[in-house]
Design a protein around this ligand. Structure first.
Ligand code: SAM
Length: 321
């Protein structure tokens, strides 16, 4: 039976009592309805007893409460706005110290150092560990945070040194659509490729903008990400990032145009003719048609281009990005 919190003032009361007006520069949009945060917890798996959770941006603590009510054995909540700390400390006491509040920036925070002692690490091939990353993410850091976590996932470091740690997070709806977009979808982007080659992504549910206080102009979506045992393609993550970024630079053009960016003129003194020769070689080696647009490419085609690019830049005198 999951441990529950004792009766507490409502989140609206907490906001009023502590004078916690929302700050737009920190993307503060609060969820006051615990039915929504409980639903978010159900996307993560429901029963969190024996789990350790790291929550990004607890704010006044609605999702924090739902995580604790789902029985989480340990919850580390990282918050960048000091104003929330006193009310979160009260929640920590009510949780019988299952909640630890950390003041800091989630982008720099060393998650595994704080959580490793509570987590039973699992092999990458095994089931996900009893560890979960969660958050109603601040919209302005959701993409940098996701990209950071994906790079750690690719190298199985940070929170992923403990196994295939799962993530349940909110994103701006348009960002969630980009993350999930298949080839040929108008929303297909760099985020789709970088995420889908490493993770299984599940659409949880949509949260209407008006459910937040203050309401943003956009809706949000809860996604659950589970790292794949075997990534869809085996390539060096940072090289893939360069290739994907270059090709999506010109979204409406053929990929040949973006591919020229991969062989910069100024860096290695390559002539225009040499660069064109390299681009041609890139498409010949990869077997990918140069007259496709970036949105049309499959993950496997990005993989083939990345392998061909690595092969070319490992050749003497070829300057790369
Ligand atoms: N979890 C609360 C909720 O659902 O009502 C608040 C969500 S609000 C969208 C985002 C929270 O993240 C705010 O409390 C904000 O102060 C915090 N935040 C913003 N940037 C942050 C960062 N870089 N690191 C940690 N917390 C951050």
């Amino acid at each position: 039976m999951a441990r529950r919190l004792p009766p507490l003032p409502t989140i609206a009361d907490i906001i009023r009592l502590y004078g916690l007006s929302a700050r737009s520069q920190l993307s503060q949009n609060f969820l006051l309805d615990l039915n929504i945060t409980e639903r978010l917890v159900r996307v993560a798996g429901g029963d969190l007893s024996s789990c350790c959770v790291c929550e990004v941006g607890p704010g006044p603590g609605s999702l924090t409460r739902s995580i604790l009510n789902a029985g989480a054995a340990h919850l580390i909540a990282v918050e960048r706005d000091r104003r929330f700390l006193p009310s979160l400390e009260l929640l920590s006491e009510a949780s019988e110290d299952r909640l630890k509040v950390v003041y800091g920036d989630a982008l720099d925070f060393n998650i595994e150092e704080s959580c490793a002692s509570f987590v039973e690490g699992k092999s990458w091939e095994g089931d996900p560990p009893n560890f979960h990353l969660m958050g109603n993410l601040p919209f302005n850091v959701s993409i940098p945070l996701l990209l950071k976590w994906l790079s750690l996932m690719a190298t199985r470091t940070g929170p992923f040194s403990l196994g295939r740690t799962q993530l349940t997070l909110t994103f701006q709806k348009e960002v969630a659509e980009r993350i999930m977009a298949p080839p040929n979808d108008p929303q297909r982007s760099r985020l789709s490729v970088m995420t889908q080659h490493l993770c299984h992504v599940k659409w949880g549910f949509k949260i209407r903008g008006k459910a937040f206080t203050p309401p943003p102009k956009v809706d949000a979506v809860v996604l659950k990400l589970t790292p794949l045992v075997t990534p869809r393609i085996t390539v060096d993550y940072s090289t893939l990032e360069k290739v994907v970024k270059a090709l999506f630079q010109y979204r409406r053009k053929y990929i040949r145009r973006g591919a020229t960016l991969l062989f910069p003129e100024e860096k290695g003194g390559q002539t225009k003719a040499q660069r064109e020769g390299l681009v041609e070689e890139l498409f010949r080696l990869s077997g990918v048609e140069e007259t496709l647009r970036p949105q049309a490419l499959t993950i496997e085609q990005f993989g083939a281009l990345t392998s061909a690019y690595s092969q070319l830049v490992n050749t003497d005198n070829v300057a790369s990005l």
